[in-house]
Design a protein around this ligand. Structure first.
Ligand code: NAP
Length: 659
């Protein structure tokens, strides 16, 4: 194919990592059989059907049943041994075809083939296929990239958009807006792009969800080294995406949004940014997109005597890489996702470690947590056209139903407050069994390691045994008595014990419900957004707020997924929804749109009623998913499919359009 031809496929595919040709398959039948035995069958069958153009190999009897996942994934989506055997035979003969017919590429699929393959992978759930096309780079119409250009509909209008933040959400929104050619400014408070992955550099930082479920639909990297990517790998990915999207050069670094005021008469946002040296700059934009992240502002609890401590104290997100913690006495406060990664990473090299636990974490088994991708995977990704992208899609499919069935509360269930349903109780028992094995010989620790709240009420971690290993290590102490005060030498707990330490790490999480903290956002009538919210942030589809025209939040309230779904999907869709809103107002020659209060109330009632059915919505549970008013303001209680639906178009009934 000519270079121009390659570019056109790439553009149609909407994938910055698009690969046109693959290495030829030259292996013997015996070697191919070994490959097939190590592959994820549904993904392989889909990839081979697409590459050979023969979708008849996807017979209904081979469909993966998608057995719901309680604690550990079922191999091949729960295909029976007999199905697997037949599936492998089918895959082997298709792989031979790839070799014998020297097939080394695959083009965009027809709509029919796309549907056939998707229906196969999702076992007939045709209501999933719209959302899945958004994620399939071989689909003829993914629906994510704008099919319009600003200059074609804006009619010479002076219109500009500000994107605040260059983390995962900001890059997604910026890419879509720049694809449409909307005049754009991107500001970033830090000095490098990457958001949370730029800031969090503590020892052990890595993903705690599978890597292949954690990338953009428009940037489907195939050669990820690890099953759960390390922080530096995600940083590098985000930098590559921004470079390939042509965004990296245009980000204004060291520029923090401190104030935005809606000027009703001019229909613009007057925005003040502050640079590192304190200098302020004021300018105007027609629309503002806030992509400032949800887990961004560290939570540092107040403890008496905190300032008296003479050692080093740092929050996990503000880890000082110049601090040498080796051979030191280290305290870690907290046992959430960050502590789970820090504690095992430093444990062997410190002099002593004390972990302050307020509540124990639930951990889902992930034996492959520190593993690289397998050699078989790497072979398939190099030789079977788009295998890695099909595998990514397969991971997303498994994530659609996710683990909702394990956290939904059963009315009248008597196991509360330790569990919320029969299934939830089963999960509790299974995870407790694993903990009991891990803490064998340490009954005192085991007693404290079993959480006293239902599985799923807080974010569940992924574990391959390193947490128990670190806590049972001879020089580790698990302190469960509450912290009473800090002293110059360390921390004293309520039971009177003084833990002398050199370094204190606050792994105490963030302030996720304080959306837009540190910014003053003044909407219509001069109302400040935090005064409007009164501690209970709400936004329609997590994006728009009544009284704040042309202000869009990407990854705002109530769109975070915790037991199901893809984060990237949610925030890509939020950005795309904002872009659809901008298109709508440009086409109507309106200057702004403002969501109606009734639409927000309807949306909030819908998510609230579902969140109340979940483990995290129970009145006896305390979790960062809830805000100070007790409402679950962080979490999206549905699947990705409902969000795909909700954000598919701008319903003019939901909005007031300003002339
Ligand atoms: P977190 O999950 O909120 O955990 C904070 C910990 O600090 C909890 O154990 C909490 O105890 C404890 N704590 C808070 N205030 C305390 C106080 N005053 N005294 C004693 N203990 C206190 O925070 P995180 O670990 O930083 O994780 C936050 C979120 O970031 C995660 O849920 C996840 O979404 C994300 N994250 C993701 C990754 C990743 O892999 N990708 C890694 C790290 C973080 P209680 O439980 O009793 O409140």
């Amino acid at each position: 194919m000519s270079a121009a031809g390659v570019r056109s496929v790439q553009a149609a595919a909407d994938d910055l990592f698009w690969q046109d040709t693959y290495e030829p398959v030259i292996e013997s039948d015996e070697e191919l059989l070994r490959i097939v035995e190590g592959a994820d069958l549904p993904a392989l069958l889909a990839a081979l059907a697409a590459a050979t153009g023969d979708t008849t190999i996807l017979t209904p009897d081979l469909r993966p049943p998608l057995v719901p996942v309680d604690t550990v994934n079922h191999p091949h989506g729960g295909m029976t041994p007999d199905q697997q055997e037949r599936g492998r035979r089918t895959a082997l003969s298709a792989l031979r075809r790839l070799r014998d017919e020297e097939i080394t590429s695959v083009g965009i699929l027809s709509a029919d083939d796309t549907n056939t393959i998707l229906e196969f992978l999702c076992n007939g759930h045709s209501e999933w296929t719209g959302m899945l096309q958004h994620e399939l780079d071989l689909a003829p119409n993914k629906g994510g990239a704008p099919q319009w250009r600003f200059e074609d509909i804006a009619d010479g209008r002076d219109f500009s958009v500000l994107i605040v933040g260059s983390g995962v959400a900001g890059i997604a929104a910026a890419h879509r807006f720049s694809q449409a050619g909307v005049p754009l400014t991107i500001i970033e408070a830090g000095d490098r792009l990457g958001g949370t992955w730029q800031k969090n550099r503590y020892p052990g930082v890595r993903l705690d969800t599978p890597t292949f479920g954690y990338s953009y639909s428009f940037a489907q990297r195939a050669d990820w080294p690890h099953q759960f990517a390390q922080g530096c790998e995600i940083r590098e990915y985000l930098e590559t995406v921004a470079r390939r999207a042509g965004l990296d050069e245009s980000i204004e670094f060291g520029s923090r949004l401190v104030r935005a005021e809606w000027i009703e008469s001019a229909r613009v946002w007057r925005v003040t940014t502050r640079s590192g040296d304190g200098g302020e700059k004021t300018r105007e934009f027609n629309a503002v997109i806030s992509a400032c992240g949800q887990l961004d502002i560290p939570n540092i609890p107040d403890f008496p005597g905190q300032d008296a401590f003479t050692g080093i104290a740092m929050h996990s997100q503000d880890w000082d890489e110049s601090v040498d913690w080796r051979g030191k006495r280290v305290a870690v406060i907290g046992t959430g996702a960050s502590a789970y990664q820090i504690v095992p990473a430093v444990c062997d090299d410190v002099d002593s470690l004390v972990v302050f636990q307020r509540s124990a974490p639930w951990m889902l088994p992930a034996p492959n947590y520190h593993d690289g991708m397998s050699e078989t995977f790497s072979w398939l990704a190099r030789k079977v056209p788009h295998y890695a992208q099909w595998f990514r899609l397969w991971v997303l499919i498994l994530g659609i139903p996710g683990r909702f069935h394990t956290v939904r509360a059963e009315s009248g269930w008597e196991g509360a407050p330790l569990s919320v349903s029969r299934k939830n109780q089963e999960v509790r028992e299974e995870l407790t069994r694993i903990l009991t094995e891990q803490f064998a010989g340490h009954p005192e620790l085991l007693k404290h390691a079993i959480p006293v709240y239902p599985p799923g009420a807080k974010r569940m971690l992924r574990d391959n045994g390193v947490w128990a290993k670190a806590l049972t290590s001879a020089h580790t102490t698990l302190a469960t008595s509450p912290i009473r005060e800090f002293t110059p030498n360390g921390i004293v707990t309520e039971d009177g014990t003084e833990h002398a330490v050199d370094i204190i790490v606050y792994a105490t999480g963030f302030r996720p419900s304080e959306y837009l903290e540190g910014m003053e956002i003044l909407g219509r009538g001069g109302h400040e957004i935090h005064d409007v919210w009164e501690g209970d942030a709400r936004a329609y589809n997590g994006v728009t707020v009544p009284g704040f025209p042309n202000f869009f939040m990407v990854y705002g309230p109530n769109v975070g997924g915790v037991v199901a779904g893809s984060l990237h999907f949610m925030l890509e869709r939020a950005g795309e929804y904002a872009l659809k809103a901008v298109r709508e107002l440009l086409e109507r020659r309106a200057s702004a749109l403002d969501v109606k209060q009734a639409a927000l109330e309807r949306f909030t009632a819908w998510v609230d009623s579902e969140n109340r059915q979940m483990a995290w919505g129970q009145p006896y549970v305390r979790t960062w998913y809830q805000n100070s008013a007790g409402r679950v303001s962080q979490i999206w209680p549905f699947t990705n499919i409902e969000y795909w639906d909700a954000t598919e178009s701008i319903d003019p009934e939901d909005y007031e359009f300003l002339a």
